[in-house]
Write a new protein. Structure first.
Length: 223
């Protein structure tokens, strides 16, 4: 990867959180503070990012499956598009409890979605009441929002790529229980302890998030 710290600087990777919100375990990745805002050490961040994405690429190259997780509104489409482009999985709406640790139950919900997708068509409205049709539609819409990104996942993923580990803490906890490797963008207000591949950086800016996803995109294109 031909990336420089200046590229990261332009993408606002260096901006962390206010000093009072910083997690002590992220201190080693903080270069300094400016107006009480933590400034992430881009030399360390670049090194760890290159290492993490090289390892993530190995999973992909060996035909492993990666579950991309990011439920913030600003990145929903970006996460989805990247995952679909490389035939991977994604969750960009809401993490359903037990998605990993109770996978058999989640698979039943996926089967339900598959069934509803098959029967839900324009002819259906002529066979049932309007109220029943609306209930069907609401049900299938909710299932699609939460399961569309994993509907073709036949087994547990080989790795997770997570943006904002505080927001996605339930996913982190489940992956830890099952020893599934976690690659994550870790901001200064987060605890990196249970993350296998830490990428210190800004997880709040759309510019920084797009930067990370573009790096993965460029790497995966060269499979």
């Amino acid at each position: 990867m031909n990336i420089s710290t200046y590229d990261m600087f332009k993408s606002k990777i260096h901006f962390g959180h206010h000093r009072k919100y910083c997690n002590p375990k992220m201190k080693k990745f903080i270069l300094d503070y400016f107006n009480n805002i933590s400034i992430i050490n881009l030399d360390k961040s670049l090194y760890l990012m290159e290492y993490a994405i090289d390892e993530l690429f190995k999973v992909y190259k060996n035909n492993g499956k990666i579950l991309f997780i990011g439920t913030k509104k600003i990145l929903k489409e970006s996460i989805k598009n990247l995952a679909i482009k490389y035939d991977q999985f994604f969750i960009n709406n809401r993490w359903l409890g037990g998605t990993l640790t109770n996978w058999d139950t989640i698979k039943l919900s996926i089967k339900k979605l598959d069934y509803l997708n098959k029967i839900f068509n324009d002819d259906l409205i002529n066979k049932i009441t309007k109220k029943e049709y609306i209930n069907y539609k609401n049900n299938i819409d909710n299932l699609r929002k939460n399961l569309d990104g994993i509907k073709n996942m036949i087994k547990l993923p080989d790795a997770l790529f997570v943006i904002d580990i505080n927001k996605e803490k339930n996913a982190i906890n489940e992956a830890n229980k099952l020893n599934i490797p976690i690659f994550a963008i870790v901001d200064t207000n987060s605890d990196p302890t249970n993350i296998n591949f830490v990428i210190p950086g800004n997880d709040d800016s759309i510019k920084s998030i797009d930067f990370y996803l573009s790096i993965i995109d460029n790497k995966f294109e060269n499979k």
